[in-house]
Design a protein around this ligand. Structure first.
Ligand SMILES: *Cc1c(COP(=O)(O)O)cnc(C)c1O
Length: 386
């Protein structure tokens, strides 16, 4: 089976992890701050807070922004469930904004319509999570303009987009958002096994997320609400979690980050090759907004079903039967039973449903060989021709 995604591990990565195993610190040592600095420097932002997953990063980002009971969080229905669940962890309610039919990202026009309506009903969102699907940035300038008008915070869920750019700046630089979150799960562009990071330019948000990642405990007298009892003293000042990243993970992350440009360049090569080889098929290829340089975490095609005899499901099954590990990112979150029980119905977000009925994610990862890519293309032609 050719998988849809796979990590790329070198001897240098292995050595970096082994070195930590032989060192004094497996957690809470020097590698985590080094990884935070490495990511922050690369994307051009002031602070990084490394945690054990992007899900945790989304949670502490929402909490640091003060999201709580009675608040609303809005996001795209075409995302991993974590982009919405983070709001529920904070006691907020969730709503969705339909996707742009060309980029499949949260649609700024749909957002504006929904904000106008919500304003009248007194239920404006406190946080909007903008998900950079497949690695292509959302139209952040438009979303940011709306944030100023309607006073909401923006979290960029850049789990797919590290190394990608928007208006010539790296995703994560924070020009149009409060906090950006990256994922380092093994299928993503850079991996630490499990892991995530929240980056921000705001020192208060960074300090707040650092507390939340580790039980709400501080050893910094400046952050304490009461004077310390003595040199042994630490103080819990709010309710945090244990979301810490280990030193092993951080060392792997530092080693991987050195190859980030190469990772993204290779994904672009593969994307361009797909574009050439798939040009004449009855499918819609990914559309790139000229303001963006995608991270290309995923390569999603859409079937033009009217031109095909086969159904979406049949094409998908045929590819799997031929050993191609295609996937469908994502099942619209509002149709998940857990969310449907809150009152959403599929037709609430028609563009998301159209996408769901046509999308297929083809293999896309650094180590995908030209021969494997040709096999994928051959299998797809076969699956479409039936
Ligand atoms: C992978 C992913 C997450 C969650 O990342 P973890 O590191 O596995 O917690 C969140 N949002 C999106 C869009 C993702 O793809």
């Amino acid at each position: 089976m050719i998988p849809y995604g796979r990590q790329e591990i070198t001897q240098h990565d292995v050595d970096a992890v082994v070195e930590v195993l032989q060192s004094d610190f497996l957690t809470q040592g020097p590698k985590v701050p080094l990884f935070e600095q490495t990511v922050a420097n690369h994307v051009g932002v002031r602070f990084g807070v490394a945690v054990n997953s992007a899900t945790s990063a989304l949670h502490i980002a929402c909490a640091a922004l003060g999201l709580t009971e009675g608040d609303w969080l809005w996001t795209s229905p075409i995302t991993f469930v974590a982009s919405a669940n983070c709001g529920l962890y904070c006691g907020a309610q969730i709503d969705f904004v339909d996707i742009d039919p060309a980029t499949y990202n949260l649609c700024p026009l749909a957002l504006e319509r929904k904000l106008k309506q919500a304003e009248g009903e007194g239920r404006l969102p406190k946080v909007v999570v903008a998900v950079h699907l497949c690695g292509q940035s959302c139209d952040m300038e438009a979303i940011h303009r709306l944030a100023q008008r309607y006073q909401f915070h923006i979290i960029e869920d850049a789990s797919h987009a590290i190394g990608g750019k928007y208006q010539s700046e790296f995703v994560g630089c924070g020009r149009y958002s409060d906090i950006t979150v990256f994922s380092f799960h093994p299928v993503k562009i850079v991996t630490t096994g499990e892991g995530g990071m929240a980056v921000t330019n705001d020192p208060e948000l960074a300090a707040s997320m650092e507390l939340l990642r580790s039980h709400g405990i501080t050893r910094d007298p400046e952050r304490m609400t009461h004077p310390p009892d003595g040199p042994w003293y630490y103080q819990q000042v709010n309710l945090g979690f244990n979301y810490r990243m280990t030193e092993l993970q951080a060392a792997l992350g530092v080693s991987q980050m050195a190859r980030l440009d190469d990772f993204v360049a290779r994904r672009h090569e593969l994307a361009q090759r797909y574009e050439r080889l798939l040009a004449d098929l009855p499918i819609t290829l990914p559309c790139q907004n000229p303001d963006t340089y995608s991270g290309f975490h995923l390569y999603v095609i859409r079937l033009r079903l009217k031109e095909l005899n086969n159904s979406h499901r049949q094409v998908f099954e045929s590819l799997r039967d031929q050993g191609i590990g295609v996937n469908l990112h994502y099942i619209p979150v509002h149709t998940q039973p857990y969310y449907a029980a809150m009152g959403f119905s599929p037709e609430d977000f028609p563009e998301a449903m159209r996408y769901y009925n046509e999308a297929i994610g083809l293999p896309m990862f650094h180590g995908l060989t030209i021969e494997q890519q040709d096999t994928v293309v051959g299998a797809l032609k076969q699956a479409l021709a039936q």
